[in-house]
Design a protein around this ligand. Structure first.
Ligand SMILES: Cc1cc2nc3c(=O)[nH]c(=O)nc-3n(C[C@H](O)[C@H](O)[C@H](O)COP(=O)(O)O)c2cc1C
Ligand code: SF4
Length: 451
């Protein structure tokens, strides 16, 4: 159990999110100094903004943690084709619920971040791709964009600068794969969201309508506003090297106080988050496992030890509670911080059922282009749901592992890994539970035959 005093939340992106006297209207945003950073940024050279973002070290908050400044550098600016900016507001990873908070509570922060980013990459057209289920979010954004356009913060001749960029909201039709950037682009083009193969289809070179395109997550684009407000250098001092800025963590599952929390990267450990910030587990329960970065991240067992050597040569030897909450900590523990969705599971969770639930999701969401993903995810679902309906077999653990191993690394997009990693990690780390299920069910069947 953690007892040391933990740091307080550092709310940068969510500064006003839960302030009862704050609303998502433009008047409120402007009163708080909103759009002042855009006013300053639009007077700079676009490449100066890119340099600040690079200096800040900010990494994408959508899942892969790719450095944003570097992504912007890859943009093909010489092709002469139009450049597009897309905000990924699909937020489809199970366990993740941060972007919707920003959209609902502070949409102008996103619009300001997007307009600064659009200017930096010289996009004339920007999109917010929002998942179909966020109906209310789309309404809020459309209203906020109209307010921003009326005041000259986006659209034609922004703030009299001569630079114009239109911003529109595009609603998806409800598929997880639309969160994957190339699937998203296909969907935005009005097609089925079949992800594209990389290379050659890196969006920064061949993106929307085969033009250079930057796709960034909602939280990432909000960070751009704060980077330009405080300067890249100052931003890079928040958090830790290679893990700069704050991060919004979404905690769900069996803790007393689930919710979303913003902390400096690496300011606290997974144990501090569970026991101090979220009030610990429900009475009488013990921790069994944690999924640290959305359903596609590999699960961590409560009694595992994680040993290794950091890049700087120092050794680490952690229990689950010691894992630092940043990008590199979960990675060193063999998993990932992904989309920041932390799912806590206590001793009442049936691990086979939890895995079956995840498998059913991925089987449903596979776009079907690649045989290993389409067939494999379906087989993993079939086997695990059979295990949960009274017909578990002792060979199922190995069978599941074999199917998952044949998906990983053999698909067009990273959905293949997203589907394979849960099964691989659940089976490897909870093999005993899988075998126990098979043995118990066999005993039940045998005794029924005797009756
Ligand atoms: C299967 C799959 C689903 C994804 N879903 C999302 C999502 O819902 N939201 C998101 O921002 N990124 C998602 N991503 C990551 C995007 O492809 C892309 O890396 C991200 O939007 C880039 O933004 P960032 O650099 O700001 O993180 C997903 C990736 C994969 C492979
Ligand atoms: S890995 Fe799965 S989701 Fe991705 S392209 Fe292949 S079939 Fe579609």
């Amino acid at each position: 159990m953690i007892s040391k005093k933990i740091p307080k939340e550092r709310r940068v992106i969510l500064k006003n999110a839960d302030n009862p006297s704050y609303s998502n209207k433009i008047t409120c945003y402007i009163k708080e100094g909103g759009y002042d950073v855009l006013k300053k940024s639009i007077k700079k050279k676009p490449e100066e903004i890119g340099e600040e973002v690079l200096k800040s070290g900010v990494r994408g908050r959508g899942g892969a943690g790719f450095p944003t400044g570097m992504k912007w550098k890859f943009l093909d600016r010489k092709s002469g084709k139009p450049i597009y900016l897309i905000c990924n507001a699909d937020e489809s990873e199970p366990g993740t619920f941060k972007d919707r908070q920003i959209i609902h509570k502070d949409p102008h922060q996103l619009i300001e971040g997007m307009m600064i980013s659009a200017y930096a990459i010289q996009a004339k057209q920007a999109f917010i791709y929002i998942r179909a289920e966020f109906f209310e979010g789309a309404k809020i954004l459309n209203r906020a964009i109209a307010e921003a356009k009326a005041k000259g913060f986006c659209g034609e001749n922004i703030l009299g600068s001569g630079y114009s960029c239109d911003l529109v909201v595009h609603r998806g039709a409800g598929a997880y794969i639309c969160g994957e950037e190339t699937g998203l682009i296909e969907s935005l083009e009005g097609k089925r969201p079949n992800p594209r193969i990389k290379p050659p289809y890196f969006p920064a070179v061949l993106g929307l309508y085969q033009c250079p395109t930057i796709v960034n997550n909602v939280e990432t684009l909000c960070n751009v506003k704060h980077i330009m407000e405080m300067g890249g250098e100052t931003f890079s001092k928040i958090g830790k090297p290679n893990n700069t800025g704050t991060r919004i963590w979404c905690v769900s599952g069996q803790v007393k106080n689930p919710g979303y929390f913003e902390f400096e990267c690496g300011a606290l450990t997974l144990g501090e988050m569970i026991y101090d910030v979220c009030g610990g587990l429900l009475p009488g329960r013990t921790l069994q496992a944690v999924i640290p970065g959305g359903s596609s991240a590999k699960i961590l067992r409560a009694d595992e030890r994680f040993k290794g050597t950091h890049k700087d040569g120092t050794d680490f030897d952690w229990g689950i509670e010691d894992i630092p909450l940043d990008f590199d900590g979960p990675m060193a523990a063999g998993t990932m911080s992904g989309s920041g969705g932390i799912v806590v599971m206590d001793d009442t969770v049936d691990m086979v059922e939890a895995m079956a639930n995840i498998n059913a999701f991925y089987a449903h969401e596979s776009c079907g282009q690649c045989t290993p993903c389409r067939e494999g995810s379906l087989w993993m679902k079939k086997i695990s749901s059979r295990m949960c309906s009274g017909d578990a077999r002792e060979e199922d653990a190995d069978l599941l592992l074999s199917v998952a191993n044949q998906i990983e690394g053999r698909t067009i997009c990273a959905f293949g890994e997203a589907a394979a990693w849960p099964t691989q990690s659940f089976v490897k780390k909870f093999r005993k539970d899988f075998l126990k299920k098979a043995k118990t069910q066999k005993r039940k069947k045998d005794s029924l035959q005797l009756i």
